[in-house]
Write a protein that binds this ligand. Structure first.
Ligand code: ARG
Length: 583
């Protein structure tokens, strides 16, 4: 569907032409004086310079050419503005088309385009902590937005499953249980299917090993060797690695499921490993890598750089591959398997330089063709109320599970206290509200900015919050349930000012989706639904809906709030949460 701004711009351009002026002056904008009008055109002011006459004369002549059925207000005002208010007939027609179109008439700009989105990025064997929250929430919502706009998008978790942490665990395990068959180089039998540790033991082993590494150089050496041998394919170590993966991934899956975050692909750094040797050979043979202090590096600095961009390290002096090498090899793999038009990374913004280096190296080495876009969205930090990175009360890093549990307990108390639902529905309703509070609290901020995690504010049922949006949806659902079926009811011309405002809000759906995609900004969707929910509630307060005696009028009201609700639900689904039946 054509966007309103384009429709009325085209009409305005035709009016300029019909009045004898160049059509290009007919650009219409959303009014910056909503008290005066909804849309405005300032083209007469520019045209006046070219045609050397008073702008008001041009504006008046253009206004005469416009079809008055489209506008409640169309006037030329000094010095030469054209102010517009859309007519009810125009809005009715437009919303009726939205209502009956697939995806409310949004243009599926992504049709035929493939995207890989790399988000989540947790490290195996370490519990998920709040540092992983933003990548999961923002990545998931961008993925859903792309999908909504027609892209074929694949979410890849890109597990950190190949680094030193694996060697550390293996080494620590060997110290604790040296007699396990995994450590016996002569063992040729089948390894047990049960892991020699539980997930909670694993989560204790890793930090213990990590601490030991710092104090004990011998231990650190052994861990490096174990990592190397694992990567070379030592059988017993591979078997331990399999155990770690199985336990850790199952645990992660459970937590991501609770967040309604789902990855299509669970590949990790280890899966890129087989691509590394050939890739390095290729880069070396093209002469794109140089030796620097014993390491192979790819210089990526550019003349226009304002800050120094150091070379990307391809192979360290001890012969090992590093984080950047793996990311480059993962690109090789993704191009081979999926040939995406875009690869999109969602991580903490402190990784900006890393991605800048990797992107440049990928282009330089011909791994990523010019036609494939690369984007890194670096998000800001989640802070506590003290403005410093969010910590537990004891000052430690907070587990993601703990944060979810705290939010859930907080919301649960409200649900119980307000007697919102019957006892057997408390858990399900609480889960939905808590998720909305958490996700909306995050997503309503510009992703690149830091924000303050404020449970009271995020979980409030009023104000710019997730629960408020849910509350609005639930309210409409409840009205509609008293009325009956609504999907077939046509939109009518607005019966009052609030209805018109609500209709105008609804029309901003498509432009919002497009700009949210263009600027990777789910916060624009949040701002939109906050405005839309406000318009719904205002309409609800100022209009007798169910008690309206004129049945036609009543049907029109229901059609309108029904469309608003459907759009709100579509938007929260893109943001990654859903509404309960009662609230
Ligand atoms: N595992 C990494 C970390 O904890 C994040 C991975 C992000 N994705 C990527 N392709 N580098 O920092």
């Amino acid at each position: 569907m054509e966007k309103i701004l384009n429709i009325i711009t085209e009409k305005m351009q035709k009016a300029f032409a019909d009045a004898g002026y160049d059509a290009s002056f007919g650009r219409v904008n959303i009014s910056n004086r909503p008290d005066l009008c909804e849309y405005q055109c300032n083209g007469a002011l520019a045209a006046a310079k070219q045609y050397k006459c008073a702008p008001i004369k041009i504006a008046t002549a253009v206004v005469e050419q416009l079809d008055k059925n489209d506008y409640d207000l169309v006037e030329a005002v000094m010095p030469g503005f054209i102010n517009l208010k859309l007519s009810g007939t125009f809005l009715r027609g437009y919303l009726e088309e939205m209502r009956t179109s697939d995806a409310f008439g949004v243009e599926k700009v992504g049709t035929g385009k493939k995207v890989v989105i790399d988000y989540g990025g947790p490290n195996v064997a370490k519990p998920l902590h709040i540092g992983h929250l933003r990548s999961a929430i923002i990545g998931e919502s961008l993925k859903r937005l792309y999908r909504f706009l027609g892209y074929d998008i694949l979410g890849d978790i890109h597990l950190g499953d190949w680094g030193l942490q694996m060697g550390l665990i293996i080494t620590e395990l060997q110290e604790r249980q040296p007699d396990l068959c995994y450590f016996d180089p002569d063992f040729t039998g089948e390894y047990p299917t049960e892991a020699p540790f539980t997930i909670s033991e694993l989560e204790e082993i890793y930090p213990a090993a990590s601490a030991k590494k710092k104090e004990d150089a011998g231990f650190a050496d052994r861990a490096h060797t174990a990592t190397f041998e694992l990567q070379q394919g030592r059988r017993g170590y591979r078997a331990i690695w399999d155990h770690i993966m199985r336990l850790s991934v199952a645990d992660m899956r459970r937590i991501y499921d609770n967040l309604d975050v789902h990855f299509e692909s669970w590949l990790g750094e280890s899966d890129a490993d087989p691509y590394i040797p050939a890739m390095i050979e290729g880069i070396k043979s093209k002469g794109l890598a140089v030796m620097s202090e014993g390491a192979w590096v790819v210089p990526v600095a550019e003349e226009t750089d304002k800050k120094e961009v150091p070379p990307m390290i391809l192979v360290k002096s001890d012969g090992s591959a590093i984080y950047a090498t793996t990311d480059l090899a993962t690109m090789v793999q993704r191009m081979q398997d999926f040939a995406p038009d875009k690869i999109f990374y969602v991580t903490d913004k402190r990784q900006a330089l890393h991605f800048e280096q990797v992107f440049r190296a990928a282009r330089k080495c011909g791994i990523i063709p010019a036609a494939t876009e690369l984007e890194h969205l670096g998000f800001g930090t989640m802070n506590g109320k003290d403005g410093k990175p969010f910590k537990t009360r004891e000052g430690g890093v907070m587990r993601l599970e703990q944060l979810i549990a705290d939010m859930t307990a907080f919301v649960r108390a409200k649900v119980v206290e307000n007697k919102i639902v019957s006892d057997d529905e408390v858990d399900a309703t609480t889960a939905k509200i808590a998720l909305a509070a958490l996700k909306y609290g995050d997503l309503s901020n510009q992703p690149t900015k830091d924000y303050v995690f404020d449970m009271d504010r995020f979980a409030a049922f009023e104000g710019n919050t997730g629960p408020y949006i849910l509350y609005t949806i639930v309210r409409v659902k409840s009205i509609i349930s008293k009325y009956g079926a609504y999907k077939h009811l046509p939109i009518q011309v607005p019966a009052n000012g609030c209805a018109k405002d609500l209709m105008l809000s609804i029309t901003k759906f498509a432009p919002t989706m497009e700009s949210a995609l263009k600027s990777s900004a789910p916060n624009l969707i949040c701002a939109y639904i906050y405005e839309l929910a406000g318009a719904v509630n205002k309409f609800y307060h100022e209009t007798r809906i169910l008690t309206e005696e004129n049945e036609d009028l009543k049907a029109g009201y229901i059609a309108l709030i029904g469309l608003a609700k459907d759009i709100l639900e579509t938007c929260i689904d893109i943001l990654g949460f859903s509404a309960p039946e009662k609230m």
